[in-house]
Design a protein around this ligand. Structure first.
Ligand code: ARG
Length: 255
């Protein structure tokens, strides 16, 4: 009987080792593996935003997942990525469905009313994508009376929504907005600079107007007063200092 029990115990321990990989390190007493159980952190994102988050071989990759992984490694958490619509991310964070949101997300005063942001990890610009041929939009001013495609709930959406005479078409993803542009359904797409470059590369006949639209900072959002924010900031600082952030940026942004 004793033998059977110890056999079962060994089996259970081996199983928990497989399930919670990180708990396998170090001494393997039962109490140890209990306390060493790694807490999962769920990251809410919208993975149609190369180079920040996108699918490659059915896996979500990019600057944000790699930074998030580096932060979680440093702080001892297991990273789980949840892909969703961009305009669902903040609600996921405020309702606790996700522990943080990381999606090339711009820090804005409006969002700050609902969530806290870490220190910024990137500065970027909004740009305008148009068709190379016969574009109605040749300068920023032309946006005023154009049909403009944006990703729903993004800062691009917010900026152009101020243009009272423009017609705004809101899409679920950036690629959907760009597709509408290539089909002539919208005159321009307003979106973040780096993703715009990736979209233009994939869509012949489109280009980015040289005038940038607005400057922005990206940061990670967390629930208001979350204790994690300070931990994240500390990890971010270290990853900036030791060159990890630069290395990850250089891997995905080649200019
Ligand atoms: N920076 C913009 C914003 O925060 C767009 C972000 C879109 N991100 C994404 N993963 N689709 O509103």
């Amino acid at each position: 009987m004793k033998k059977i029990i110890s056999l079962v115990l060994v089996a259970v321990m081996a199983m928990s080792c497989v399930i919670g990989l990180a708990s396998c390190g170090g001494s393997n007493t039962a109490s140890d593996s209990k306390t060493a159980e790694v807490k999962e952190l769920h990251m809410a994102t919208n993975a149609a935003f190369e180079p920040y988050e996108f699918y490659k071989n059915k896996k979500i990759v990019g600057i944000d997942p790699e930074m998030a992984q580096a932060i979680c490694d440093k702080l001892g958490y297991k990273l789980v990525i949840d892909d969703m619509d961009f305009d669902a991310i903040i609600t996921a964070v405020t309702t606790g469905k996700a522990d943080f949101g990381m999606a090339g997300m711009t820090v804005t005063d409006e969002r700050k009313k609902k969530v806290d942001f870490t220190d910024s990890y990137t500065t970027t610009t909004q740009v305008i994508i148009v068709n190379e041929k016969d574009s109605k939009v040749k300068t920023i001013d032309d946006l005023a009376t154009a049909t403009i495609g944006v990703q729903r709930g993004t800062t691009g959406d917010v900026y152009v929504s101020d243009l009272k005479k423009a017609k705004i078409e809101r899409f679920n993803t950036g690629p959907d907005a760009v597709l509408a542009l290539t089909k002539g359904k919208v005159d321009a797409v307003v979106i973040d600079g780096q993703p715009a470059k990736a979209f233009v590369k994939k869509n012949k006949g489109t280009k980015i107007l040289s005038e940038p639209f607005a400057e922005e900072d990206y940061a990670i959002c967390l629930a208001k007063d979350s204790k994690l924010t300070a931990e994240f900031n500390k990890a971010l600082k270290e990853l900036k200092k030791d060159g990890t952030l630069d290395k990850i940026n250089a891997k995905y942004i080649k200019e």
